[in-house]
Design a protein around this ligand. Sequence first.
Ligand code: KIV
Ligand code: ZN
Length: 523
Amino acid sequence: MTDKSKQDRVLIFDTTLRDGEQSPGATMTHSEKLEIAEMLDTMGVDIIEAGFPIASEGDFKAVSEIARRSKDAQICGLARAKYGDIDRAYEAVKHAARPRIHTFIGTSPLHRAIPNLNMDEMATVIHDTVSHARNLCDNIQWSPMDATRTEDDYLCRVIEIAIKAGATTINIPDTVGYTAPRESAQIIKMLLERVPGADEIIFATHCHNDLGMATANSLAAVDAGARQIECTINGLGERAGNTALEEVVMALKVRNDIMPYQTGVDATKIMNISRRVAAVSGFAVQYNKAIVGKNAFAHESGIHQDGMLKNAETFEIMRPEHVGLTETNLVMGKHSGRAALRSKLSDLGFELSDNQLKDVFVRFKELADRKKEIFEDDLIALMRASDATEQSDRIAVKSLRVVCGTDGPQEAALTLTIDGKDVSTTATGDGPVDATFNAVKALFEHRARLQLYQVHAVTEGTDAQATVSVRMEEDGKIATGQSADTDTVVASAKAYVNALNRLLVRREKSAPNEDVKTATYKS
Ligand code: KIV
Ligand code: ZN
């Protein structure tokens, strides 16, 4: 057995709040971002990429506040290869005890063509922008975007320039998830062998999951000498997402015999943060997702169950409690008190202030009046629905009555509170949900198109709560909304309104966030 204290440390760089949030529809509110950042810091993540400060006023404020509140984690802000971006990123992260600027430019032939820079011109831009960043901050990460499709010679050349200009971490993004594990290792090995000064900086790996190889590629890069993994909770991120934090952390733990590296992450905090990220991003975790999926530790088949009872190791390579999954599924009911609710919610990762608890307790009692037994999943759905409603929301559902059945037309009588004023209407539609959505549209006109409408039963039984997810699109901007209720139509109305509220927040975001992959260098 190797002495673990002597094993190489691999830094965990979490980009849930930047690359993860960039995923269409995953917009988080300001307070949600602060909460996720705090959880990441507490669980021992080394670097938190908190956002892209030039993208919008909202991003800037979130990164600044996360920086101010940070404890041990380094706080990083993203910037294109532009002085204005870099200055703005520094303005936001400078409040952290350990600030970092991450600047990038696309170096592959396809990406060089966008700003129409030849190799020499781009090399100059890299030198100038990295030097500019280093004059502001001594912790600089530089990324050649689409590195894995950049010519080897040019990659070595620009990395050498970035190191000489002051970069302390060089990140190798597999931007389109194109690499395979052997290649991922070869690139790092080649860079360590060929680039002067490579031994003085840290190489990072940043993989996307388009071919389902992000985790394998990240681990292969570490084996070849990378010492920072960039990842997101639940693998959230554009398209097929980024490397999942929980997968690399647990792989390094469970297979420490063949991958003798340590991270600083407390794995027992994984389940809670996974649930929170799923709730606030509106991206549910697939049931069979490694480590954090609902079925990741479920054993249905008789043979498996029998084996598990005799010796858990027959079919389990890690214990559920290692990732913070508690086995109790304590059932609560209408006689449960506030203290029991607080304790149960705390087990599930929801730490509430007294005021928040007061609000949630009222909703819990309302639910308990309608539903005999309240399971953990009900509480998670209840919290998700509470999260969905923010004080700053412009629109709220006040009341809803629907007429449905075999003889149409189905009809919805709806009252919304919009900017503090109650407005009511009645609308018909093809079914009660359609009628309700038509009523929302009549009361709050918008051009947004419904892209997805999904209903899940939270638990079993006819009194189960329904969780409804809605995804809407307006001028290329996407927002998701969620809600839960024992009445599916009420949950639908609230989810729709929740998505609308998020879309209104999203409208305030300006172009650079969408532009990130086609960023050009102009000043
Ligand atoms: O995938 C990517 O290339 C990125 C860069 C901005 C680092 O996210
Ligand atoms: Zn990325």
